[in-house]
Design a protein around this ligand. Structure first.
Ligand SMILES: [Ca+2]
Ligand SMILES: [Zn+2]
Length: 506
């Protein structure tokens, strides 16, 4: 079962912002970052004022990078080291203390929001955490690069190793939009103001001039009563083609005609294009009772710490639910090698219904005496980059959504699939059902070791297989029907607190 992140609530089209960039030439030589609002005068709409009201308000605050890329690099050298963050503005690196970070999730209390009545009296003040990669990113002018290099979102895997956050030169990223906490609306009146201030020590690090550290927004509050039963709009004739599944998003049938099976290289795969599969310690441990059994549930991440993407392609054997799998090697976007690496099989279970690469990882439970007491057997996946694990690796794909090599897991009608795990990225699966989790019904209480082995059959070509096993110490206790599990931290990382506090429900 794949863990799915919550989607960006509001995604504005990049072209929808009418900005007049007017880049100041005085700062262009070294580069700078600036907070700005394209709409300093805003409307807040309170729908159906009263106990069932809802508030429509978007403060629309952006951070723009002028003249140079703005970047914050965060890394953890080992699981026993603290986070180390360096912000680069205009080419000058500056350390951000770990105490300012909200773990891998961004900057703690980055913005202070102060609401005032029309006369100036303060209504409320709140502090807002900030993931610098979370808002909508937009180019400021046609001369900016057409795509952002930064991935969407900050880190959330407890064993993340490095992250890159930032704004490309000539781009802006929304830092506050829908979803901010608004004060008691009965205290707002009709014309409140909102001051948005960056926290002072952060503004100093980012070299934002004092005059730019606070944005002053004038707000008009509008109260409306919506119709009780809004009629469902009838589809307008002629617009159906623009709904989901629009025919113009589906490639013409002719391009999906049977592909020739790739020619296998006669030379060894190029060393400088190899991936490196590395499992992280398992996390998100819990137990559940189902029918007459007790089960150990966990999440497992295998990431690619290598020099090139892991690219596996499947070519179907006629009408069988089997594909021959080939590993392909890329230098940049150039194909530089192909090897045959086993098979892919169609998984017809309801939550899958796509093609799985076989022999990607195995999960085993070992006891304290060194015997393997449980195995989950062969774990097959549709590989995909779910977690940004080590984006400061020299060959990491910072934003793999930018590239042409994307995962396509296919369906029962597929004759070809491609599954990709870009360098720097991990694929996390949670095991939480009978058949996926470990059956611990008859295991005595005690100390165990949960082992994840990547590339267990050694079919995939990679930089090294010496780093293909991770081990997590697991303490099992409780009574039949109510078993419990606990895990000691790994180095300084209390993964369970991080995982469950984030509310990252599987
Ligand atoms: Ca490896
Ligand atoms: Zn699947």
């Amino acid at each position: 079962m794949r863990r799915v992140r919550t989607a960006l609530p509001v995604a504005l089209a990049a072209g929808a912002l009418a900005l007049a960039p007017g880049l100041p030439s005085a700062t262009a030589a070294t580069g700078s970052v600036r907070l700005f609002s394209p709409q300093p005068e805003l409307t807040m709409t309170i729908h159906n004022p009263g106990p069932d009201q809802w508030v429509d308000f978007n403060p629309s605050i952006y951070l723009k990078a002028v003249g140079a890329r703005f970047e914050i690099d965060v890394r953890r050298t080992s699981f026993s080291d603290p986070l180390h963050a360096v912000a680069t503005v205009g080419g000058t690196p500056r350390t951000i203390p770990e105490s300012m970070l909200d773990g891998w999730q961004g900057i703690q209390h980055a913005f202070v929001l102060t609401w005032r009545k029309a006369g100036g009296g303060r209504i409320s003040q709140t502090k807002v955490d900030w993931c610098p990669n979370e808002g909508q990113a937009s180019p400021l002018s046609p001369s900016a690069a057409s795509r952002t290099v930064f991935a969407w979102g900050c880190g959330f895997n407890p064993f993340t190793r490095s992250q890159r956050w930032g704004v490309d030169s000539g781009w802006a990223r929304q830092v506050l939009s829908y979803g901010i906490e608004t004060p008691d609306t009965s205290k707002l009146g009709n014309h409140p103001t909102l001051d948005v201030a960056m926290r002072k020590d952060l503004a100093t690090i980012l070299r934002i001039p004092a005059s730019d550290q606070v944005l002053h927004l004038k707000i008009t509050v509008e109260r409306v009563t919506d119709p009780v039963d809004p009629p469902t709009p009838e589809p307008t004739p002629g617009t159906a083609a623009h709904s989901a599944g629009s025919p113009d998003t589906i490639a013409p049938a002719s391009s999906e005609s049977r592909r020739a099976v790739p020619r296998v290289s006669t030379t060894a795969p190029p060393a400088d294009a190899l991936p490196d599969l590395i499992p992280l310690p398992s996390f998100g441990m819990s137990t559940h009772h189902e029918d007459t059994g007790d089960y150990l549930d966990f999440a497992a991440t295998v990431y690619n710490g290598g020099k090139g993407p892991l690219v596996a392609e499947g070519y179907r054997r006629g009408s069988e639910p089997v594909m021959d799998a080939y590993q392909r090697f890329y230098r940049g976007s150039t194909l530089v090698g192909t090897e045959k690496v086993g098979t892919m099989e169609y998984d017809s279970r309801p939550s899958h219904q796509h093609w799985h690469f076989e022999d990607f990882a195995t999960y085993d439970l070992w006891n304290a005496k060194g015997y393997r007491v449980r195995t989950s057997g062969k774990e097959a996946f549709c590989l995909a980059p779910t977690d940004a694990i080590d984006l400061l690796l020299p060959h990491a794909a910072v934003n793999p959504g930018n590239g042409d090599l994307a995962t396509a897991c296919g369906d029962l009608s597929s004759i070809w699939v491609r599954e990709v795990l870009a360098a720097g990225w991990g694929d996390t699966y949670t095991q939480e059902r009978a058949g996926q989790s470990m059956d611990i019904t008859t295991l005595p209480n005690g100390t165990y070791y949960l082992r994840i082995t990547a590339n267990p059959a050694g079919r995939l070509h990679e930089v090294s297989t010496s780093n293909n096993i991770s081990v997590r110490k697991v303490l099992i206790s409780g009574k039949a029907g109510a078993r419990t599990v606990s895990v000691p931290p790994v180095g300084v990382i209390d993964s369970e607190k991080i995982y469950f506090d984030q509310g990252e429900a599987p």
